[in-house]
Ligand binder design. Sequence first.
Ligand code: ADP
Length: 197
Amino acid sequence: MSTNIVWHQASVSTAERTAQKGHASCVLWYTGLSGSGKSTIANAVDRKLYERGCHSYVLDGDNVRHGLNKDLGFDDVSRVENIRRITEVANLMTDAGLIVGTAFISPFLVDREQARQLAVAKFVEVFVDTPLGICEQRDPKGLYKKARAGDIPHFTGISSPYEPPVMPEVHLRTASLNVEEAAEQVIQALIEKDIIS
Ligand code: ADP
């Protein structure tokens, strides 16, 4: 742990950044099983925001694990650290005025609650609610097949639990929504919360 560190106050305020960009910043925290559609929907929302002239970015589970978090595994301690680092990165990005989507399974209530508590900007939890059977049918990365064969330890939904959100700001039931409809629901939530106009 480093000591003798003093927080340096930024010279550009949050209000100034909001005025410059024409929208507020927030964290869109997507959570759901593997294959539920987090990355797909987060990217569809990102495209819509881009087309509206908003400044946004998606932190994607696999991409972050390629770099920043490549030293972390999938055991409980690593999952907690994974979420903590993502939260801190999202904080830096929202501090810079962005609308940040995070697409991580984030299976544990306590970790998502911690992310919410640590968030400096508005925190919008988006539950990508897709039944396990459908995720397993989609199996876009072939991971369920491997997990069922016992080749992936601690696989959420199979050998590790998923704790669904209790009161998510946005609840997407993807069994009855296509990607476009799901993304539009997120955009509407951002309008209702005065993050975008
Ligand atoms: P995750 O990021 O949650 O692991 P992905 O977005 O990588 O999931 O994969 C979800 C897969 O399901 C994609 O291949 C996507 O095209 C497909 N899919 C089918 N219907 C939907 C839907 N209604 N919403 C989101 N994804 C869907």
